[in-house]
Design a protein around this ligand. Structure first.
Ligand SMILES: Cc1cc2nc3c(=O)[nH]c(=O)nc-3n(C[C@H](O)[C@H](O)[C@H](O)COP(=O)(O)OP(=O)(O)OC[C@H]3O[C@@H](n4cnc5c(N)ncnc54)[C@H](O)[C@@H]3O)c2cc1C
Ligand SMILES: NC(=O)c1ccc[n+]([C@@H]2O[C@H](COP(=O)([O-])OP(=O)(O)OC[C@H]3O[C@@H](n4cnc5c(N)ncnc54)[C@H](O)[C@@H]3O)[C@@H](O)[C@H]2O)c1
Length: 461
Protein backbone atom coordinates (compact mmCIF):
# COMPACT_ATOMS: atom_id res chain seq x y z
CA UNK A 1 0.00 0.00 0.00
CA UNK A 2 1.25 3.49 -0.88
CA UNK A 3 0.02 6.88 0.16
CA UNK A 4 -0.39 9.81 -2.24
CA UNK A 5 -1.59 13.39 -2.19
CA UNK A 6 -3.49 12.72 -5.41
CA UNK A 7 -4.44 9.56 -7.30
CA UNK A 8 -5.80 10.09 -10.79
CA UNK A 9 -7.72 7.26 -12.44
CA UNK A 10 -7.08 7.44 -16.20
CA UNK A 11 -3.92 8.35 -18.10
CA UNK A 12 -5.51 10.25 -21.01
CA UNK A 13 -4.99 13.94 -21.83
CA UNK A 14 -7.08 15.00 -18.81
CA UNK A 15 -5.41 12.61 -16.35
CA UNK A 16 -1.80 12.82 -17.48
CA UNK A 17 -1.78 16.62 -17.73
CA UNK A 18 -3.37 16.90 -14.28
CA UNK A 19 -0.72 14.50 -12.92
CA UNK A 20 2.23 16.37 -14.39
CA UNK A 21 0.95 19.76 -13.18
CA UNK A 22 0.23 18.31 -9.67
CA UNK A 23 3.80 17.01 -9.53
CA UNK A 24 5.21 20.33 -10.72
CA UNK A 25 3.29 21.99 -7.88
CA UNK A 26 4.92 19.68 -5.32
CA UNK A 27 2.23 17.03 -4.81
CA UNK A 28 2.89 13.27 -4.63
CA UNK A 29 0.92 11.79 -7.53
CA UNK A 30 -0.09 8.34 -8.77
CA UNK A 31 -1.91 7.64 -12.04
CA UNK A 32 -3.93 4.43 -12.46
CA UNK A 33 -4.08 3.30 -16.07
CA UNK A 34 -5.30 -0.09 -17.24
CA UNK A 35 -4.14 0.11 -20.85
CA UNK A 36 -0.64 -1.08 -21.73
CA UNK A 37 0.30 2.47 -22.73
CA UNK A 38 -0.40 5.95 -21.41
CA UNK A 39 -2.19 8.71 -23.35
CA UNK A 40 -5.77 7.45 -23.22
CA UNK A 41 -8.19 7.45 -26.12
CA UNK A 42 -6.49 10.45 -27.71
CA UNK A 43 -3.02 9.01 -28.17
CA UNK A 44 -3.94 5.35 -28.61
CA UNK A 45 -7.17 5.24 -30.64
CA UNK A 46 -8.23 8.84 -31.20
CA UNK A 47 -6.59 12.16 -32.10
CA UNK A 48 -3.11 10.90 -32.93
CA UNK A 49 -3.76 7.78 -35.07
CA UNK A 50 -6.56 9.53 -36.97
CA UNK A 51 -4.30 12.50 -37.72
CA UNK A 52 -1.51 10.21 -38.91
CA UNK A 53 -3.91 8.54 -41.37
CA UNK A 54 -5.28 11.93 -42.43
CA UNK A 55 -1.73 13.14 -43.11
CA UNK A 56 -0.76 10.05 -45.09
CA UNK A 57 -3.89 10.07 -47.21
CA UNK A 58 -3.74 13.84 -47.75
CA UNK A 59 -0.22 13.31 -49.10
CA UNK A 60 -1.60 10.64 -51.45
CA UNK A 61 -4.29 13.05 -52.63
CA UNK A 62 -1.63 15.69 -53.31
CA UNK A 63 0.41 13.21 -55.34
CA UNK A 64 -2.60 12.04 -57.33
CA UNK A 65 -4.25 15.39 -57.95
CA UNK A 66 -1.81 18.26 -57.56
CA UNK A 67 1.75 17.08 -58.20
CA UNK A 68 1.43 17.08 -62.01
CA UNK A 69 0.00 20.63 -61.92
CA UNK A 70 3.20 21.73 -60.20
CA UNK A 71 5.40 19.99 -62.76
CA UNK A 72 6.01 16.93 -60.60
CA UNK A 73 5.30 14.19 -63.08
CA UNK A 74 5.58 10.43 -62.94
CA UNK A 75 3.83 7.49 -61.39
CA UNK A 76 1.73 8.41 -58.40
CA UNK A 77 2.44 6.33 -55.27
CA UNK A 78 0.62 3.06 -54.69
CA UNK A 79 -0.82 2.35 -51.26
CA UNK A 80 0.86 -0.15 -48.93
CA UNK A 81 -1.90 -0.28 -46.30
CA UNK A 82 0.13 -2.36 -43.84
CA UNK A 83 2.99 0.14 -44.02
CA UNK A 84 0.56 3.03 -43.57
CA UNK A 85 -0.79 1.34 -40.44
CA UNK A 86 2.79 0.71 -39.24
CA UNK A 87 3.59 4.42 -39.69
CA UNK A 88 0.44 5.26 -37.71
CA UNK A 89 1.50 2.84 -34.94
CA UNK A 90 4.99 4.36 -34.80
CA UNK A 91 3.41 7.79 -34.38
CA UNK A 92 1.30 6.44 -31.51
CA UNK A 93 4.28 4.71 -29.86
CA UNK A 94 6.45 7.81 -30.03
CA UNK A 95 3.81 9.81 -28.26
CA UNK A 96 2.77 7.27 -25.61
CA UNK A 97 6.42 6.64 -24.71
CA UNK A 98 6.82 10.40 -24.50
CA UNK A 99 4.20 10.52 -21.73
CA UNK A 100 5.98 7.68 -19.89
CA UNK A 101 9.19 9.71 -20.08
CA UNK A 102 7.39 12.80 -18.73
CA UNK A 103 6.00 10.74 -15.83
CA UNK A 104 9.52 9.61 -14.89
CA UNK A 105 10.92 13.13 -15.28
CA UNK A 106 8.21 14.57 -13.03
CA UNK A 107 8.22 11.61 -10.58
CA UNK A 108 4.62 10.62 -11.27
CA UNK A 109 3.99 6.97 -10.30
CA UNK A 110 2.13 4.85 -12.86
CA UNK A 111 -0.04 2.40 -10.95
CA UNK A 112 -0.63 -0.19 -13.67
CA UNK A 113 -4.07 -1.81 -13.74
CA UNK A 114 -7.75 -0.99 -13.52
CA UNK A 115 -8.78 1.10 -10.54
CA UNK A 116 -11.83 1.17 -8.31
CA UNK A 117 -12.77 3.52 -5.49
CA UNK A 118 -13.86 1.32 -2.54
CA UNK A 119 -14.20 4.38 -0.29
CA UNK A 120 -13.37 8.08 -0.31
CA UNK A 121 -9.61 8.39 0.17
CA UNK A 122 -8.90 4.89 -1.24
CA UNK A 123 -8.15 3.52 -4.70
CA UNK A 124 -7.85 -0.21 -5.30
CA UNK A 125 -5.66 -1.49 -8.14
CA UNK A 126 -5.52 -5.29 -8.40
CA UNK A 127 -5.18 -6.51 -4.80
CA UNK A 128 -3.57 -3.33 -3.53
CA UNK A 129 -5.38 -0.48 -1.86
CA UNK A 130 -3.67 2.91 -2.02
CA UNK A 131 -4.53 5.97 0.00
CA UNK A 132 -4.99 9.45 -1.40
CA UNK A 133 -6.11 12.80 -0.01
CA UNK A 134 -7.72 13.53 -3.39
CA UNK A 135 -8.97 11.18 -6.10
CA UNK A 136 -9.56 12.33 -9.67
CA UNK A 137 -11.85 10.42 -12.05
CA UNK A 138 -10.35 10.95 -15.52
CA UNK A 139 -11.66 7.77 -17.11
CA UNK A 140 -12.75 9.32 -20.42
CA UNK A 141 -15.32 7.96 -22.83
CA UNK A 142 -16.21 5.12 -25.19
CA UNK A 143 -18.23 4.97 -28.43
CA UNK A 144 -21.99 5.24 -27.89
CA UNK A 145 -24.00 2.28 -29.15
CA UNK A 146 -26.84 2.57 -31.62
CA UNK A 147 -29.99 0.44 -31.36
CA UNK A 148 -30.10 -2.27 -34.02
CA UNK A 149 -26.43 -1.92 -34.94
CA UNK A 150 -24.15 -4.69 -33.71
CA UNK A 151 -20.50 -3.67 -33.76
CA UNK A 152 -18.06 -6.52 -34.45
CA UNK A 153 -15.06 -4.18 -35.06
CA UNK A 154 -14.42 -5.98 -38.37
CA UNK A 155 -17.29 -5.25 -40.77
CA UNK A 156 -19.31 -2.96 -38.51
CA UNK A 157 -16.78 -0.82 -36.70
CA UNK A 158 -16.43 2.12 -34.34
CA UNK A 159 -13.56 4.58 -34.84
CA UNK A 160 -11.31 2.10 -33.01
CA UNK A 161 -11.91 -0.63 -35.59
CA UNK A 162 -11.77 1.87 -38.46
CA UNK A 163 -8.15 2.64 -37.54
CA UNK A 164 -7.04 -0.97 -38.04
CA UNK A 165 -9.19 -2.46 -40.83
CA UNK A 166 -7.59 -5.54 -42.38
CA UNK A 167 -7.99 -4.14 -45.87
CA UNK A 168 -9.21 -1.00 -47.54
CA UNK A 169 -12.92 -1.60 -48.22
CA UNK A 170 -14.43 -0.91 -51.65
CA UNK A 171 -17.41 0.78 -50.00
CA UNK A 172 -18.18 2.19 -46.56
CA UNK A 173 -21.35 3.55 -45.00
CA UNK A 174 -20.61 6.06 -42.26
CA UNK A 175 -23.42 6.56 -39.75
CA UNK A 176 -23.23 10.15 -38.48
CA UNK A 177 -21.83 13.27 -40.16
CA UNK A 178 -20.00 14.45 -37.04
CA UNK A 179 -16.28 14.88 -36.51
CA UNK A 180 -15.31 11.19 -36.50
CA UNK A 181 -17.50 10.35 -39.49
CA UNK A 182 -16.03 13.11 -41.63
CA UNK A 183 -12.39 12.64 -40.59
CA UNK A 184 -12.39 8.86 -41.04
CA UNK A 185 -14.70 9.15 -44.05
CA UNK A 186 -12.11 11.45 -45.65
CA UNK A 187 -9.30 8.99 -44.92
CA UNK A 188 -11.09 6.16 -46.73
CA UNK A 189 -12.46 8.32 -49.55
CA UNK A 190 -8.87 9.35 -50.33
CA UNK A 191 -7.86 5.69 -50.32
CA UNK A 192 -10.44 4.97 -53.03
CA UNK A 193 -13.32 3.71 -50.89
CA UNK A 194 -16.79 4.74 -52.01
CA UNK A 195 -17.98 6.57 -48.88
CA UNK A 196 -21.65 7.30 -48.13
CA UNK A 197 -22.46 9.29 -45.00
CA UNK A 198 -25.94 8.85 -43.53
CA UNK A 199 -26.91 11.63 -41.13
CA UNK A 200 -30.04 12.02 -39.02
CA UNK A 201 -30.15 15.83 -39.20
CA UNK A 202 -30.58 17.98 -42.32
CA UNK A 203 -27.03 19.34 -42.14
CA UNK A 204 -23.60 17.93 -41.43
CA UNK A 205 -21.57 18.73 -38.27
CA UNK A 206 -24.35 19.76 -35.88
CA UNK A 207 -23.59 22.90 -33.89
CA UNK A 208 -21.22 24.30 -36.49
CA UNK A 209 -21.90 27.75 -38.01
CA UNK A 210 -24.46 26.90 -40.73
CA UNK A 211 -22.69 28.82 -43.51
CA UNK A 212 -19.46 26.94 -42.82
CA UNK A 213 -21.26 23.60 -42.61
CA UNK A 214 -22.87 24.19 -45.99
CA UNK A 215 -19.57 25.14 -47.65
CA UNK A 216 -17.90 22.14 -45.97
CA UNK A 217 -20.49 19.71 -47.32
CA UNK A 218 -20.07 21.13 -50.82
CA UNK A 219 -16.29 20.69 -50.70
CA UNK A 220 -16.50 17.13 -49.31
CA UNK A 221 -19.07 16.24 -51.98
CA UNK A 222 -16.63 17.49 -54.64
CA UNK A 223 -14.06 15.16 -53.07
CA UNK A 224 -16.38 12.23 -53.76
CA UNK A 225 -18.13 11.70 -50.42
CA UNK A 226 -21.89 11.07 -50.76
CA UNK A 227 -24.32 12.45 -48.18
CA UNK A 228 -27.78 11.21 -47.27
CA UNK A 229 -29.24 13.73 -44.83
CA UNK A 230 -32.42 13.64 -42.78
CA UNK A 231 -32.05 9.88 -42.51
CA UNK A 232 -32.37 7.95 -39.26
CA UNK A 233 -30.43 4.69 -39.28
CA UNK A 234 -32.63 1.86 -38.04
CA UNK A 235 -30.12 -0.93 -38.00
CA UNK A 236 -27.07 -2.60 -39.53
CA UNK A 237 -26.20 -6.27 -39.88
CA UNK A 238 -23.07 -8.06 -41.03
CA UNK A 239 -22.82 -11.40 -42.81
CA UNK A 240 -19.87 -12.99 -44.60
CA UNK A 241 -17.77 -9.84 -44.56
CA UNK A 242 -20.51 -7.64 -46.04
CA UNK A 243 -23.08 -5.44 -44.35
CA UNK A 244 -26.55 -3.99 -44.81
CA UNK A 245 -27.61 -0.65 -43.37
CA UNK A 246 -31.24 0.36 -43.16
CA UNK A 247 -32.33 3.95 -42.71
CA UNK A 248 -35.63 5.80 -42.69
CA UNK A 249 -35.94 9.15 -44.47
CA UNK A 250 -37.44 11.53 -41.95
CA UNK A 251 -39.41 13.51 -44.54
CA UNK A 252 -41.64 10.61 -45.68
CA UNK A 253 -40.73 7.66 -43.44
CA UNK A 254 -39.61 5.64 -46.49
CA UNK A 255 -37.12 2.90 -45.68
CA UNK A 256 -33.97 2.25 -47.70
CA UNK A 257 -31.35 -0.50 -47.34
CA UNK A 258 -27.75 -0.01 -48.46
CA UNK A 259 -25.31 -2.85 -49.17
CA UNK A 260 -21.72 -2.13 -48.23
CA UNK A 261 -18.35 -3.68 -47.36
CA UNK A 262 -17.97 -1.80 -44.12
CA UNK A 263 -20.00 0.31 -41.69
CA UNK A 264 -18.49 2.98 -39.45
CA UNK A 265 -20.71 3.89 -36.52
CA UNK A 266 -19.87 7.48 -35.57
CA UNK A 267 -22.91 8.65 -33.65
CA UNK A 268 -21.17 10.08 -30.61
CA UNK A 269 -19.36 8.94 -27.48
CA UNK A 270 -20.47 8.41 -23.90
CA UNK A 271 -18.63 8.74 -20.58
CA UNK A 272 -16.81 5.62 -19.41
CA UNK A 273 -17.10 5.06 -15.66
CA UNK A 274 -17.72 1.31 -15.62
CA UNK A 275 -16.37 -0.66 -12.69
CA UNK A 276 -15.24 2.34 -10.65
CA UNK A 277 -17.80 1.65 -7.93
CA UNK A 278 -19.35 5.12 -8.18
CA UNK A 279 -22.86 3.95 -7.35
CA UNK A 280 -21.80 2.27 -4.12
CA UNK A 281 -19.76 5.35 -3.26
CA UNK A 282 -22.85 7.53 -3.81
CA UNK A 283 -21.38 9.76 -6.53
CA UNK A 284 -24.09 11.84 -8.19
CA UNK A 285 -24.40 11.45 -11.97
CA UNK A 286 -25.93 13.59 -14.71
CA UNK A 287 -28.91 12.20 -16.68
CA UNK A 288 -26.64 11.55 -19.69
CA UNK A 289 -24.15 9.48 -17.73
CA UNK A 290 -21.49 12.04 -16.87
CA UNK A 291 -20.12 12.45 -13.36
CA UNK A 292 -21.82 15.49 -11.83
CA UNK A 293 -19.31 18.14 -10.78
CA UNK A 294 -19.06 21.71 -9.57
CA UNK A 295 -15.59 23.16 -10.25
CA UNK A 296 -14.50 19.53 -10.81
CA UNK A 297 -15.62 18.45 -7.30
CA UNK A 298 -18.20 15.67 -7.04
CA UNK A 299 -20.66 15.46 -4.16
CA UNK A 300 -18.22 13.13 -2.33
CA UNK A 301 -15.52 15.02 -0.42
CA UNK A 302 -12.07 14.53 -1.93
CA UNK A 303 -13.38 12.98 -5.18
CA UNK A 304 -13.07 15.02 -8.37
CA UNK A 305 -13.68 14.41 -12.09
CA UNK A 306 -12.73 15.95 -15.43
CA UNK A 307 -12.43 15.47 -19.19
CA UNK A 308 -14.78 13.32 -21.25
CA UNK A 309 -16.21 11.84 -18.04
CA UNK A 310 -17.89 15.16 -17.17
CA UNK A 311 -20.14 17.61 -19.03
CA UNK A 312 -18.76 19.66 -21.93
CA UNK A 313 -17.17 19.17 -25.33
CA UNK A 314 -15.40 15.83 -25.64
CA UNK A 315 -12.07 17.28 -26.74
CA UNK A 316 -8.52 16.47 -25.68
CA UNK A 317 -7.56 20.12 -25.12
CA UNK A 318 -10.68 20.72 -22.99
CA UNK A 319 -9.65 17.73 -20.84
CA UNK A 320 -6.06 19.03 -20.64
CA UNK A 321 -7.15 22.50 -19.57
CA UNK A 322 -9.36 20.98 -16.91
CA UNK A 323 -6.43 18.82 -15.77
CA UNK A 324 -4.24 21.87 -15.30
CA UNK A 325 -6.98 23.89 -13.57
CA UNK A 326 -7.81 21.06 -11.16
CA UNK A 327 -4.13 20.54 -10.31
CA UNK A 328 -3.88 24.22 -9.37
CA UNK A 329 -6.97 23.89 -7.18
CA UNK A 330 -5.60 20.75 -5.46
CA UNK A 331 -2.36 22.62 -4.78
CA UNK A 332 -4.30 25.39 -3.04
CA UNK A 333 -4.18 27.85 -5.93
CA UNK A 334 -6.99 29.03 -8.16
CA UNK A 335 -7.61 27.06 -11.35
CA UNK A 336 -9.90 28.24 -14.10
CA UNK A 337 -11.09 27.13 -17.55
CA UNK A 338 -12.67 29.66 -19.91
CA UNK A 339 -15.30 27.48 -21.60
CA UNK A 340 -16.23 30.36 -23.91
CA UNK A 341 -12.90 30.13 -25.72
CA UNK A 342 -12.39 26.44 -26.50
CA UNK A 343 -11.59 25.94 -30.19
CA UNK A 344 -12.98 23.03 -32.20
CA UNK A 345 -11.12 21.69 -35.22
CA UNK A 346 -11.90 19.10 -37.89
CA UNK A 347 -8.69 17.90 -39.53
CA UNK A 348 -10.00 17.23 -43.01
CA UNK A 349 -8.69 19.04 -46.09
CA UNK A 350 -9.56 21.84 -45.90
CA UNK A 351 -9.49 22.03 -42.12
CA UNK A 352 -12.46 23.53 -40.33
CA UNK A 353 -11.99 25.46 -37.09
CA UNK A 354 -14.21 27.50 -34.86
CA UNK A 355 -14.24 29.32 -31.56
CA UNK A 356 -16.92 31.24 -29.68
CA UNK A 357 -20.43 31.90 -30.91
CA UNK A 358 -21.94 30.89 -34.24
CA UNK A 359 -24.14 33.27 -36.20
CA UNK A 360 -27.16 31.12 -35.29
CA UNK A 361 -26.38 31.39 -31.57
CA UNK A 362 -26.03 35.18 -31.77
CA UNK A 363 -29.35 35.47 -33.62
CA UNK A 364 -31.06 33.29 -31.04
CA UNK A 365 -29.62 35.40 -28.22
CA UNK A 366 -30.86 38.57 -29.97
CA UNK A 367 -27.35 40.03 -29.92
CA UNK A 368 -26.52 42.81 -32.40
CA UNK A 369 -23.49 41.63 -34.36
CA UNK A 370 -21.57 42.24 -37.55
CA UNK A 371 -19.88 39.78 -39.88
CA UNK A 372 -16.42 40.16 -41.43
CA UNK A 373 -15.82 37.56 -44.11
CA UNK A 374 -12.82 36.95 -46.33
CA UNK A 375 -12.47 34.27 -48.98
CA UNK A 376 -9.21 32.36 -49.40
CA UNK A 377 -9.62 33.24 -53.12
CA UNK A 378 -7.98 36.54 -52.14
CA UNK A 379 -5.10 34.80 -50.32
CA UNK A 380 -1.98 34.20 -52.37
CA UNK A 381 -0.68 31.24 -50.34
CA UNK A 382 -4.01 29.39 -50.39
CA UNK A 383 -4.21 29.77 -54.16
CA UNK A 384 -0.67 28.44 -54.56
CA UNK A 385 -1.64 25.18 -52.81
CA UNK A 386 -5.01 24.77 -54.59
CA UNK A 387 -6.97 25.44 -51.39
CA UNK A 388 -8.76 28.70 -52.12
CA UNK A 389 -12.26 27.25 -51.63
CA UNK A 390 -12.81 28.30 -48.02
CA UNK A 391 -13.16 31.48 -46.01
CA UNK A 392 -12.65 33.16 -42.65
CA UNK A 393 -15.68 34.57 -40.88
CA UNK A 394 -15.34 36.77 -37.83
CA UNK A 395 -18.36 37.77 -35.74
CA UNK A 396 -18.05 40.92 -33.66
CA UNK A 397 -20.36 42.92 -31.43
CA UNK A 398 -22.09 45.55 -33.53
CA UNK A 399 -21.46 48.37 -31.07
CA UNK A 400 -18.24 47.54 -29.25
CA UNK A 401 -16.50 45.57 -32.07
CA UNK A 402 -15.52 42.91 -29.50
CA UNK A 403 -14.86 39.56 -31.19
CA UNK A 404 -17.61 37.06 -30.34
CA UNK A 405 -16.67 34.15 -32.58
CA UNK A 406 -14.62 33.00 -35.55
CA UNK A 407 -15.20 30.25 -38.09
CA UNK A 408 -12.60 29.20 -40.60
CA UNK A 409 -12.69 26.69 -43.43
CA UNK A 410 -9.41 26.60 -45.28
CA UNK A 411 -5.74 25.64 -45.15
CA UNK A 412 -4.28 25.32 -41.63
CA UNK A 413 -7.57 26.52 -40.13
CA UNK A 414 -6.77 24.54 -36.97
CA UNK A 415 -3.67 26.63 -36.41
CA UNK A 416 -5.06 29.94 -37.66
CA UNK A 417 -7.88 29.85 -35.11
CA UNK A 418 -5.51 30.41 -32.19
CA UNK A 419 -4.74 34.04 -32.91
CA UNK A 420 -8.47 34.65 -32.58
CA UNK A 421 -8.53 32.59 -29.36
CA UNK A 422 -5.76 34.75 -27.87
CA UNK A 423 -7.54 37.90 -29.05
CA UNK A 424 -10.78 36.71 -27.43
CA UNK A 425 -8.99 35.87 -24.15
CA UNK A 426 -7.76 39.46 -24.08
CA UNK A 427 -11.24 40.80 -24.91
CA UNK A 428 -9.93 42.22 -28.19
CA UNK A 429 -11.94 44.00 -30.85
CA UNK A 430 -11.90 43.02 -34.52
CA UNK A 431 -9.99 46.24 -35.10
CA UNK A 432 -7.23 45.05 -32.73
CA UNK A 433 -6.68 42.07 -35.08
CA UNK A 434 -7.05 44.24 -38.17
CA UNK A 435 -4.38 46.68 -36.98
CA UNK A 436 -1.89 43.93 -36.16
CA UNK A 437 0.78 43.50 -38.85
CA UNK A 438 0.54 40.02 -40.41
CA UNK A 439 3.45 38.62 -42.43
CA UNK A 440 3.00 38.24 -46.17
CA UNK A 441 2.40 35.82 -47.77
CA UNK A 442 0.70 33.74 -45.04
CA UNK A 443 -2.67 32.07 -44.57
CA UNK A 444 -3.02 34.25 -41.46
CA UNK A 445 -3.50 37.27 -43.66
CA UNK A 446 -6.99 35.93 -44.38
CA UNK A 447 -7.80 36.25 -40.65
CA UNK A 448 -6.63 39.84 -40.66
CA UNK A 449 -8.64 40.58 -43.81
CA UNK A 450 -11.79 39.13 -42.19
CA UNK A 451 -11.13 41.42 -39.21
CA UNK A 452 -10.70 44.34 -41.62
CA UNK A 453 -14.03 43.35 -43.17
CA UNK A 454 -15.67 43.94 -39.76
CA UNK A 455 -14.63 47.57 -40.18
CA UNK A 456 -14.11 49.61 -43.35
CA UNK A 457 -13.45 46.60 -45.56
CA UNK A 458 -10.88 43.99 -46.56
CA UNK A 459 -8.16 45.04 -49.02
CA UNK A 460 -7.99 41.97 -51.28
CA UNK A 461 -11.71 41.27 -51.56
C1 LIG B 1 -11.17 8.73 -33.45
C2 LIG B 1 -11.09 9.88 -32.49
C3 LIG B 1 -10.43 11.03 -32.88
C4 LIG B 1 -10.34 12.09 -32.01
N1 LIG B 1 -9.67 13.22 -32.43
C5 LIG B 1 -9.60 14.29 -31.61
C6 LIG B 1 -8.88 15.44 -32.01
O1 LIG B 1 -8.32 15.51 -33.10
N2 LIG B 1 -8.82 16.48 -31.15
C7 LIG B 1 -9.44 16.45 -29.92
O2 LIG B 1 -9.37 17.42 -29.18
N3 LIG B 1 -10.11 15.35 -29.50
C8 LIG B 1 -10.19 14.28 -30.32
N4 LIG B 1 -10.85 13.14 -29.89
C9 LIG B 1 -11.44 13.16 -28.54
C10 LIG B 1 -10.36 12.90 -27.46
O3 LIG B 1 -9.72 11.68 -27.73
C11 LIG B 1 -10.97 12.90 -26.08
O4 LIG B 1 -11.72 14.08 -25.88
C12 LIG B 1 -9.89 12.81 -25.00
O5 LIG B 1 -9.11 11.66 -25.16
C13 LIG B 1 -10.51 12.82 -23.60
O6 LIG B 1 -9.49 12.73 -22.65
P1 LIG B 1 -9.74 12.09 -21.21
O7 LIG B 1 -8.44 12.21 -20.49
O8 LIG B 1 -10.94 12.68 -20.59
O9 LIG B 1 -10.10 10.56 -21.47
P2 LIG B 1 -9.43 9.40 -22.32
O10 LIG B 1 -8.47 9.91 -23.31
O11 LIG B 1 -10.53 8.55 -22.81
O12 LIG B 1 -8.56 8.59 -21.25
C14 LIG B 1 -9.14 7.87 -20.23
C15 LIG B 1 -8.21 6.75 -19.83
O13 LIG B 1 -8.69 6.19 -18.63
C16 LIG B 1 -8.44 4.80 -18.64
N5 LIG B 1 -9.36 4.19 -17.67
C17 LIG B 1 -10.72 4.18 -17.71
N6 LIG B 1 -11.22 3.57 -16.62
C18 LIG B 1 -10.16 3.18 -15.89
C19 LIG B 1 -10.03 2.48 -14.65
N7 LIG B 1 -11.08 2.11 -13.93
N8 LIG B 1 -8.78 2.22 -14.21
C20 LIG B 1 -7.69 2.59 -14.92
N9 LIG B 1 -7.76 3.25 -16.08
C21 LIG B 1 -8.98 3.55 -16.54
C22 LIG B 1 -8.69 4.39 -20.06
O14 LIG B 1 -8.01 3.18 -20.36
C23 LIG B 1 -8.13 5.60 -20.82
O15 LIG B 1 -6.79 5.36 -21.19
C24 LIG B 1 -10.93 12.03 -30.72
C25 LIG B 1 -11.59 10.86 -30.32
C26 LIG B 1 -11.67 9.80 -31.19
C27 LIG B 1 -12.36 8.56 -30.73
N1 LIG C 1 -11.06 16.73 -34.46
C1 LIG C 1 -11.64 16.53 -33.28
O1 LIG C 1 -11.60 17.38 -32.41
C2 LIG C 1 -12.34 15.25 -33.00
C3 LIG C 1 -12.18 14.16 -33.84
C4 LIG C 1 -12.89 13.00 -33.58
C5 LIG C 1 -13.70 12.93 -32.46
N2 LIG C 1 -13.84 13.99 -31.66
C6 LIG C 1 -14.78 13.95 -30.51
O2 LIG C 1 -15.36 12.66 -30.40
C7 LIG C 1 -16.74 12.77 -30.09
C8 LIG C 1 -17.56 11.79 -30.88
O3 LIG C 1 -17.52 12.08 -32.28
P1 LIG C 1 -18.67 11.58 -33.25
O4 LIG C 1 -18.35 12.05 -34.61
O5 LIG C 1 -18.92 10.14 -33.02
O6 LIG C 1 -19.95 12.31 -32.66
P2 LIG C 1 -20.67 13.69 -33.07
O7 LIG C 1 -21.56 13.98 -31.92
O8 LIG C 1 -19.69 14.70 -33.52
O9 LIG C 1 -21.57 13.31 -34.35
C9 LIG C 1 -22.53 12.28 -34.33
C10 LIG C 1 -23.48 12.46 -35.49
O10 LIG C 1 -24.27 11.29 -35.63
C11 LIG C 1 -25.61 11.68 -35.93
N3 LIG C 1 -26.53 10.57 -35.57
C12 LIG C 1 -26.87 10.15 -34.33
N4 LIG C 1 -27.73 9.10 -34.41
C13 LIG C 1 -27.94 8.85 -35.72
C14 LIG C 1 -28.72 7.88 -36.44
N5 LIG C 1 -29.47 6.96 -35.83
N6 LIG C 1 -28.71 7.91 -37.80
C15 LIG C 1 -27.96 8.83 -38.45
N7 LIG C 1 -27.19 9.76 -37.82
C16 LIG C 1 -27.18 9.77 -36.47
C17 LIG C 1 -25.81 12.95 -35.13
O11 LIG C 1 -26.87 13.74 -35.62
C18 LIG C 1 -24.44 13.63 -35.32
O12 LIG C 1 -24.38 14.45 -36.46
C19 LIG C 1 -17.16 14.19 -30.38
O13 LIG C 1 -17.60 14.76 -29.17
C20 LIG C 1 -15.94 14.88 -30.86
O14 LIG C 1 -15.75 16.12 -30.23
C21 LIG C 1 -13.18 15.16 -31.91
Amino acid sequence: MASFDVIIIGGGPGGYVCAIRCAQLGLKVGVVEGRDTLGGTCLNVGCIPSKALLHATHSLHEAEHNFAKMGLKGKSPSVDWDQMKAYKQETIDGNTKGIEFLFKKNKVTWLKGWGTIPAAGQVKVGDEVHEAKSIVIATGSEPASLAGVEVDEKTIVTSTGALVLNKIPKSMVVIGAGVIGLEMGSVYARLGTEVTVVEYLDAITPGMDAEVAKAFQKILTKQGIKFILGAAVQGATAKGGKAKVTYKLRKDDSEVTLDTDCVLVATGRKPYVDGLGLEALGVEMEKRGQVKTHHFATNIKGVYALGDAIVGPMLAHKAEDEGMALAEILAGKSGHVNYDVIPGVIYTTPEVASVGQTEEQLKEAGRAYKVGKFSFMGNARAKAIFQADGFVKILADKDTDRILGAHIIGPMAGDLIHEVCVAMEFGASAQDLALTCHAHPTYSEAVREAALACGDGAIHA
